[in-house]
Design a protein around this ligand. Structure first.
Ligand SMILES: [Zn+2]
Length: 241
């Protein structure tokens, strides 16, 4: 080997040693408490139900947070009646997962972004003191998903980036757009239970949500992560300077 080649090899080896092995991901960070904040009853479970179960199995406390009560989610029912039914569906889903639920109190289809709502989300997250929060990816065809994302992002900034922030995907191609995960959770052992949990949301066409959207997504992310089924996430970067 020529001297220049030897030097080049040493430099490459040194760079390899100096480079971080891989980003600390959702399942590698040993979080003690994680909030999953979705716009509607069913969003935390469908987008991240497998991850919620995997975190629980690691001993992490998981809280399912709902921005709205699903008031616009059942055709032919009043807002109050829809919210009552969907609260019950979420209560059943959370009981099956063994997680606590928390309701922000906004109205499905009429979510707001203003100073009061920013302060409200910040106060809820500050009181819970999570290590990490999972919420909607902001580029989404559903207005409530975008609102939820921007409120949580603002709270992350206002709380001095005091928790790790991850974005989750919802029916990618129909709702989430331009979603390219940089973190994955292997949910192979939890997918069956996740699907049973999603079926608690009987008013939301759970078979269609799963068979047409989330099960194919779990398989795609599983192929990318080289496992049977996975959920994908994007971690919010933070320039510490
Ligand atoms: Zn939703």
């Amino acid at each position: 080997m020529k001297r220049t080649s030897i030097i080049a090899a040493i430099v490459i080896a040194a760079l390899c040693i100096a480079m971080p092995t891989s980003a600390q991901g959702l399942m590698k960070s040993n979080y003690k408490k994680v909030l999953v904040i979705g716009a509607h009853p069913d969003d935390p479970e469908t987008c991240a139900g497998g991850t919620m179960l995997a975190l629980k199995a690691q001993g992490c406390e998981v809280v399912s947070v709902y921005l709205t009560g699903g008031e616009a989610g059942i055709k032919g029912k009043s807002a109050d009646e829809s919210a009552r039914i969907r609260h019950k569906e979420s209560a059943d889903a959370c009981a099956m997962m063994g997680v606590r639920s928390l309701w922000v109190g906004q109205i499905d289809g009429a979510t707001e972004v203003n100073k009061t709502r920013y302060d409200e989300m910040k106060a809820i997250i500050a009181a819970e003191k999570p290590d990490a929060v999972l919420t909607h990816w902001p580029i989404d065809s559903h207005r409530d998903h975008r609102v939820c994302s921007i409120l949580v992002y603002d709270a992350w900034r206002q709380l001095d980036h005091g928790f790790d922030l991850y974005y989750m995907e919802a029916m990618t191609g129909l709702q989430s757009m331009n979603f390219a995960p940089d973190d994955y959770v292997d949910i192979s052992d939890f997918a069956d239970l996740k699907h049973k949990v999603v079926y608690c949301h009987a008013t939301q066409e759970p078979g269609w949500m799963l068979d047409e959207w989330h099960i194919p997504m779990e398989k795609l992310r599983g192929n990318e992560y080289q496992c049977k089924a996975a959920e994908g996430f994007i971690k919010q970067h933070w320039n510490r300077k």
